[in-house]
Design a protein around this ligand. Structure first.
Ligand code: SF4
Length: 409
């Protein structure tokens, strides 16, 4: 049985436009999205009404220790709109002392005084979607902001952080974007370090079929780095950031001491969380469920939940846990890896089941264990860094093959 959730994720699905690589559940509103008088503001307010309604029908739970506004582009909201959401969450659950309240922000969607407003309502960690410091790259991936806007935003964040008004902030970059080579990537990393972000999320570009990049890739028109270059880029990321005091505490996450994201750690530890909003996934009691990815679908879904007594809604407490394969998959992303036996026993396996199935799992993982990609120590399994982290997908594929081979009925 998982512990009751102490974290909440709120999805704000609006963006100016869709970036070429993105297949998230979003609503592109155009450049004038938040201009006073724009009809788009009505769409935003109507959505926030749905979101507040969803919070109001959730059961009461323990005080929250992490809250995360993700998107989309939450910084298309103003502090009053976000403030109402926070107030409603506070009324429903309460916040623990020192709760981490993170918000994703995009350069070119706010000014310095907007940022100050977010901080005033209690946001204490900001996650900046920078993606690249190169103007040509930014334009080639469909981002709206420019290098100078990104640098200016980093300076604002850094000033607030140095004044003690922000607890931490993070910068996202994407490695392996079209046209990138090791030298150009090194320049990106240097600028990220110069910007003094205490936390960096470095994502690999994934090509999703229903995107501009997906279509370009299919036609052979996307000049992404070949695998050997991509590996060198990843090695460079790890080498350079570790030399600058960062620790890779998860496959894509590097932090200076004390700046790891508590909210993300919660996901990777297999804890439950509340999720609210269009397309949002939540797993309050272990089992995941996702809301529809369109406004019409989400509205209908919400109306159905509202019409039922609480014990019949999807929010109701269940005596289930997250499936073991998922716990292993998310846990292996972390530097500390997983304790196989503890996790297996938590989902109800006996000692003899654990032993027999582990023997089989180790057969699937044998080559990785032999070659030092996967390490084993005191019952824990973890990816070596950077070797194992680089080929994490191959190790996970073998884990899923093992899972499929088990007779679990
Ligand atoms: S800003 Fe973020 S969420 Fe919005 S389209 Fe671009 S990548 Fe997707």
């Amino acid at each position: 049985m998982v512990n009751p959730p102490r974290s909440a994720y709120l999805h704000i699905p609006f963006c100016h436009k869709r970036c070429f690589y993105c297949d998230f559940s979003i609503i592109p509103l155009g450049d004038s999205a938040t201009t006073p008088g724009s009809p788009r503001i009505t769409s935003i307010n109507a959505y926030l009404d749905l979101l507040n309604r969803e919070i109001s029908i959730s059961p009461i739970g323990p005080a929250l220790s992490t809250i995360y506004f993700g998107g989309g582009t939450p910084s298309l909201l103003n502090k009053d709109q976000l403030g109402v959401l926070l107030e409603n969450l506070q009324k429903k659950f309460g916040f623990q002392d020192g709760a981490e309240i993170t918000m994703e922000v995009d350069p070119a969607t706010f000014l310095e005084h907007d940022l100050q407003g977010y901080i005033e309502i209690g946001i204490n960690r900001l996650s900046l979607g920078g993606q690249s410091f190169d103007d040509r790259t930014l334009s080639a991936i469909g981002r709206k902001h420019t290098k100078s806007q990104l640098i200016e935003t980093c300076n604002w964040l850094n000033n607030f952080f140095k004044k003690g008004m922000l607890r931490s902030w993070s910068l996202d970059l994407i490695q392996n974007l079209p046209g990138l080579n090791v030298y150009k990537w090194f320049k990106e990393l240097e600028q990220a370090v110069q910007a003094e972000a205490p936390h960096l999320s470095i994502y690999d570009l994934t090509i999703e079929p229903e995107t501009v990049f997906g279509r370009m890739h299919e036609k052979g028109n996307l000049n992404i780095p070949i695998e050997s270059v991509a590996q060198e880029i990843d090695l460079e990321t790890n080498r350079y950031l570790e030399s600058r005091g960062f620790s890779r505490y998860e496959i894509s996450s590097y932090s200076l001491p004390g700046h790891a994201s508590r909210h993300n750690r919660m996901y990777w530890s297999g804890s439950g969380w509340w999720g609210f909003g269009m397309g949002a996934t939540s797993a309050p009691w272990g089992k995941r469920f996702s809301r529809p990815r369109t406004i019409a679908g989400y509205t209908k879904w919400l109306e159905q939940q509202e019409s039922k007594p609480l014990e019949k809604t999807l929010f109701v407490e269940e005596s289930s846990t997250m499936p073991l394969d998922e716990l292993l998959m998310i846990g292996l992303r972390r530097r500390e890896g997983i304790h196989y036996e503890e996790l297996a026993k938590n989902v109800g396996w006996t000692q003899s089941e654990c032993d027999a199935k582990l023997k089989l799992l180790e057969k699937y993982w044998q080559t990785f264990l032999n070659d030092g990609y996967l390490l084993r120590k005191n019952g824990r399994y973890f990816l070596s860094n950077p070797k194992g982290m680089q080929i994490s997908n191959q190790i996970l594929i073998q884990m899923y093959l093992w899972w499929d081979s088990l007779d679990l009925d």
